[in-house]
Design a protein around this ligand. Structure first.
Ligand SMILES: [Zn+2]
Length: 163
């Protein structure tokens, strides 16, 4: 996935300290994945490639979500937030969401985070890798298909309010 984005010159390696953390800059062909737009400069601002040794959660914070129980539609923001922030010290990237469950305060049902309903319709995902483009335009479906093939697994585009 990283090799593909680099070899296609979509992203470039940053030389500063961010280069260590999976942060990438805008490559020479950065406009390639996106649909042309007239009202706005296409492309993206920055790109972060996340590859974890365990299962993590997308989005990386719960503020854009309105999570509800898939059975009774009760609000499950509180128990979901507990998964994101189990205590003051734990960083999100340290948490393995592999066995994580949210218990509904109403019907006591137990669900994986990606089984919850998101009222805003974006959804919650569990994955061990994802790419985050900030201030990105709309992706061309052809490019996405090529990327999925190169990465060996289908990729889906989800936009939360901050991307
Ligand atoms: Zn419920």
């Amino acid at each position: 996935m990283t090799d593909f984005l680099l070899s296609k010159k979509i992203v470039c390696v940053l030389e500063d300290e961010f280069g260590q953390k999976g942060f990438f800059g805008i490559g020479d062909s950065a406009l390639e994945p996106f649909k042309a737009r007239e009202d706005w400069e296409p492309g993206f601002d920055s790109c972060v490639i996340f590859i974890y040794p365990h299962i993590t959660i997308v989005p990386e914070d719960d503020t854009p979500l309105e999570p509800r129980c898939p059975d009774c539609l009760a609000n499950v923001s509180q128990p979901l937030n507990k998964l994101y922030c189990p205590d003051e010290e734990t960083q999100l990237e340290q948490i393995d969401f592999g066995g994580a469950k949210v218990t509904c305060p109403e019907c006591r049902g137990s669900f994986r985070p990606d089984e919850l309903r998101d009222e805003r319709g974006k959804g919650i995902f569990l994955t061990d890798r994802y790419v985050c483009f900030t201030d990105a335009g709309d992706f061309r479906p052809e490019w996405l298909a090529e990327f999925s093939q190169a990465a060996g697994t289908p990729h889906q585009v989800v936009s939360y309010w901050y991307t």
